[in-house]
Design a protein around this ligand. Sequence first.
Ligand code: NAG
Ligand code: NAG
Ligand code: NAG
Ligand code: NAG
Ligand code: NAG
Ligand code: NAG
Ligand code: NAG
Ligand code: NAG
Length: 392
Amino acid sequence: MDLGGGGGSNPKVDEDDFLESGGNHHDSSSHHHQHQRYFSSAAVKITLLFVVVGLTCLVLNQSAYPTQMFQRSYTFSEPKDSLRGNISSPSCTAGAMQHNVSSSSSSANDNNNLEIILRAAAMADNKTVIITTLNAAWTEPNSIFDLFLESFRIGNQTQNLLKHVVVVALDRKAYSRCMEVHLHCYALTTAGVNFSGEAFFMSEDYLKMMWRRIDFLRIVLETGYDFVFTDADVMWLRDPFQRFYPDGDFQIACDHYWYNYTDLNNSPNGGFNYVKSNNRTIQFYKFWHTGRDYFPGKHDQDVLNMIKFNPFISRIGLEIRFLDTAYFGGFCEPSKDLDLVITMHANCCIGLENKIHDIKMVIDDWRRYMALPSGTERNLNSTSWTVPRICG
Ligand SMILES: *[C@@H]1O[C@H](CO)[C@@H](O)[C@H](O)[C@H]1NC(C)=O
Ligand SMILES: *[C@@H]1O[C@H](CO)[C@@H](O)[C@H](O)[C@H]1NC(C)=O
Ligand SMILES: *[C@@H]1O[C@H](CO)[C@@H](O)[C@H](O)[C@H]1NC(C)=O
Ligand SMILES: *[C@@H]1O[C@H](CO)[C@@H](O)[C@H](O)[C@H]1NC(C)=O
Ligand SMILES: *[C@@H]1O[C@H](CO)[C@@H](O)[C@H](O)[C@H]1NC(C)=O
Ligand SMILES: *[C@@H]1O[C@H](CO)[C@@H](O)[C@H](O)[C@H]1NC(C)=O
Ligand SMILES: *[C@@H]1O[C@H](CO)[C@@H](O)[C@H](O)[C@H]1NC(C)=O
Ligand SMILES: *[C@@H]1O[C@H](CO)[C@@H](O)[C@H](O)[C@H]1NC(C)=O
């Protein structure tokens, strides 16, 4: 399939694909009924056609959404400049999507060209970037963003990873905060939309923003970059690259790691994932995004749980890997051993203040651990966390 080829390129989606996904998973039984309703009509074909044709347009026509997340930080940016020039086509403006893009968004100039930013941020050997998204609320001094950066500084051999981080800023304030402390900032502000506010969990804005993320990440893949997407409330304590599976296309952290690394019954968490750029992952991200239309009111993680068994995925040959919480933990299921932990995600936590409180405890636990002399003594003395305290 052809990259950046406008609306015409699309994964081949059988209309009954979505029908077959979902119901056989313990989390998704409640959605089964609902999605059948959406699938059994002739409108499905039309919708599919629209989705396929409109996908690219959608990407280009949607503006970013306000953010501020409780469960996870989700924010997205707009493909701009050269990317826009290459992908969009005039017909996209008729794309019937509800969102009006303002071209008078941030100073769209060379300083904000996604391709240039990705190139500058990427790891030399393998075109990999680390992507996070931010809004003003998360960039206040002493807030999530500072703790995120702090984790890279105090993590074991994570300092050098910071220069590969691309911060996607959703508002002016987040952008300037990023510029103050960081090299790679991608701005996305849109006139007429206040991105500074909080998008309450599962509100309309929150959902739009999360779906926007899927679009944006697909464009990163199409541009040829592998990425680690990380919510800013994921603390990076060790270098994750040693723990990723060499043969995985799409690797994702879990709220709960129930089984083994290939078992689709695991409960993935979209706040941390590692994705290689190839035709399979690009098709997968397109497919995933179509779920937005099939499962109205659901967020991307719910939809992922519904589509993960879908025959489409084995048909395109996508290799999915689930990351063990022993290494990639969170407040839902903390890593048990500080000698093993790689990341700690403030998931299963409602409320910004609660999150910050418990993340600070993570930082303190880690500092205490790192201050201990290495060897068995450290291992014996600090095998677990004091968190979650308020969260969890
Ligand atoms: C489009 O893509 C080509 C190569 O992929 C690149 O050289 C060019 O700068 C991009 N942008 C525009 C606006 O054509
Ligand atoms: C989109 O924005 C343009 C320019 O700001 C405005 O004229 C137009 O009415 C808007 N359309 C919608 C549907 O909001
Ligand atoms: C990519 O290259 C960097 C060094 O440039 C290395 O640290 C990292 O482990 C590599 N990642 C993968 C997945 O090979
Ligand atoms: C930090 O990383 C180095 C090099 O991989 C390793 O030798 C050391 O044991 C690590 N320290 C901890 C606390 O994991
Ligand atoms: C945007 O929202 C924030 C927080 O809700 C508020 O403080 C600010 O005044 C708003 N800005 C505008 C321009 O409405
Ligand atoms: C993982 O779990 C699946 C499903 O239970 C099973 O079929 C597969 O053999 C397991 N793989 C490994 C490596 O244990
Ligand atoms: C996708 O597949 C085509 C042909 O099979 C290949 O030329 C292209 O490089 C692939 N793109 C990616 C991103 O792997
Ligand atoms: C580890 O714990 C033991 C017993 O709890 C204590 O005697 C020892 O001093 C501790 N070591 C360090 C380095 O804190």
